[in-house]
Write a protein that binds this ligand. Structure first.
Ligand code: ADP
Length: 168
């Protein structure tokens, strides 16, 4: 049977750190659904559609990846998609506390009917060079006209520049 995982996140915007995690996830799972959260409480720079489009462009030609928008409860979405695990990236100890809480809550929520098996979370570490990279920092650098070329795919660099420094 196909082993399907879901990599959820806001991806506002996608960075090379996200892509690094995605590649590692593909070494373990047959298919990875990149679930771009929309309609949550988090205010985002890019719309759900924009974030999804950037991921589609940056991963064009990558087989076994399905980017989708998603809203609602993650455990319900995972059951619908027949996913057996969630993927999350761990950069530093500071990520750990929040991720542990989320992972345990998702497992708890999925441990009752109609769920069959508890939904486990697989935490992956990125290459060291991405451990200090975040979407928030990338947005700040781009806003201040810094160069983000080393940190994000080309399409994201273009969209950031268009968002912050479009000549009207
Ligand atoms: P969320 O709002 O759900 O945290 P993000 O897009 O910020 O969404 O992150 C999605 C996932 O990707 C999280 O598990 C986060 O830890 C991970 N992640 C983000 N940036 C990196 C990075 N540079 N290296 C590894 N993992 C990362």
């Amino acid at each position: 049977m196909q082993k399907i995982a879901i990599y959820p996140g806001s991806f506002d915007p996608l960075t090379n750190g996200h892509l690094d995690i995605l590649k590692r996830a593909l070494n373990i799972f047959d298919k990875v659904i990149v679930a771009v959260t929309v309609g949550g409480s988090k205010k985002t720079l890019f719309s759900g559609q924009e974030r999804l489009d950037m991921i589609r462009t940056a991963t064009a030609g990558w087989k076994r990846i399905v980017p989708e928008n998603f809203s609602g409860l993650l455990v319900d979405y995972a059951r619908k998609k027949k996913a057996i695990a969630l993927i999350r990236g761990l950069r530093a100890v500071s990520d750990f506390e929040y991720e542990l809480q989320m992972g345990l809550m998702n497992r708890r929520l999925s441990s009752r009917p109609p769920h069959k098996n508890p939904l486990e979370t697989v935490y992956l570490m990125p290459d060291e060079k991405f451990t200090y990279l975040s979407s928030t920092l990338v947005k700040e650098i781009a806003r201040l006209k810094g160069n983000v070329r080393d940190f994000v795919p080309k399409i994201v660099e273009e969209k950031l520049n268009a968002k912050f420094h479009a000549v009207i």
